[in-house]
Design a protein around this ligand. Structure first.
Ligand SMILES: [Zn+2]
Length: 333
């Protein structure tokens, strides 16, 4: 049993309290490898932004849960080395699906876990979430739960269509489960293909697809039911079209990839939404940078020569999100 406190990590209690009160959101960036972790920490150290490092089930399979935990420990020391005196870094399990998995993360030094039982019936969702909460809270580990279903594919999490969270259920769910934050479904979705072209309008000026707006009415209804309660948005990448264009220009084949417009996320961040999950955008930035190097320098075979630019590009993206979308810069001086 390792406590996250010994590793210099923090849970989400203070982070979320300040974010809800301050009208901004904490970035929750997924990581699978060293370059991504470095880019996240560089961006957060430079902007003094609190951050949630997320480990998905795909990341655990790809990189190994133990390695990622040690990387997070390294991330804290790295942040200090970069001159961030009091780094506010949370290590979070993204989409935990069993009590055993959540427990193993708590025991290993994670400071926060998500139990996603949103595919189960309401009562069973409460029951499993409560079981995780009871264990995690013994060690001061915070728990995110989910109510409602998001469409899209994220690692092993897949659903055909989304079902918005029902505002009339949130009070009972939060009270009985004891969760610390709640992921809701208001139209965001996992992956780089968040909407089918037929769900979108076409911008006459650019010819680009414009997705349907998020259900802010549902969000506001939930906020009214649970004043000040931390709300989480999953699947909130914006799928920057310039990255998609770069990928396609250099041999990629991403068709009609579309995400959540940043203005809408900016608006959401001002509400009780205090954690916004971004994964696909970083994948796109990384892939675009690597494809560019491969196309322009076909003789290059030193991985540092393409992973380096990929890291720089991800850092730029993370800084942009922190400063221009989430508003979390300077909140962890
Ligand atoms: Zn998710």
């Amino acid at each position: 049993m390792v406590s996250y406190k010994e590793l210099g990590l923090v849970n989400t209690v203070e982070m979320f309290k300040k974010a809800v009160a301050g009208g901004y959101a904490i970035p929750a960036f997924n990581f699978n490898n060293m370059e991504q972790m470095q880019a996240i920490i560089q961006a957060c150290a430079e902007t003094k932004s609190p951050v949630i490092l997320q480990v998905s089930s795909g990341a655990r399979k790809y990189a190994n849960q133990t390695i990622l935990r040690y990387m997070a420990e390294g991330a804290v020391e790295y942040a200090k080395e970069l001159g961030w005196e009091h780094p506010q870094i949370c290590l979070h399990l993204d989409h935990g699906d069993t009590f055993e998995l959540c427990k193993s993360c708590v025991d290993m030094g994670f400071s926060s876990v998500m139990i996603d039982a949103s595919s189960l019936p309401f009562e069973e969702n409460i029951k499993l979430t409560k079981q995780v909460v009871e264990y995690a809270h013994k060690y001061d580990v915070t728990v995110e739960a989910e109510l409602g279903v998001l469409a899209g594919v994220e690692d092993d999490v897949a659903a055909e269509e989304s079902h918005y969270t029902k505002p009339e259920e949130v009070i009972e769910f939060a009270t009985r489960s004891g969760c610390d934050s709640l992921a809701i479904s208001i139209g965001t979705s996992h992956g780089a293909y968040k909407f089918k072209p037929e769900q979108c309008k076409v911008d006459p000026k650019t010819g680009r697809l414009v997705p349907p707006p998020l259900a802010f009415d549902v969000l506001h209804e939930i906020e009214k039911k649970l004043p000040g309660f931390p709300i989480v948005l999953h699947g909130s990448s914006s799928v920057p079209q310039e990255e998609v264009d770069t990928i396609n220009k250099y041999g990629g084949a991403l068709k009609a990839a579309v995400g959540i417009p940043e203005e809408q996320l900016r608006e959401a961040a001002k509400s009780a939404v205090c954690k916004i999950n971004i994964d696909s955008d970083s994948r796109l930035a990384m892939t675009a940078a690597i494809r560019k190097v491969f196309a322009e320098k076909p003789a290059e075979f030193d991985p540092r020569k393409y992973l380096g630019p990929a890291r720089d590009s991800m850092k730029k993206l993370y800084m942009h999100k922190i400063i221009n979308v989430l508003g979390s810069a300077g909140k962890a001086e």
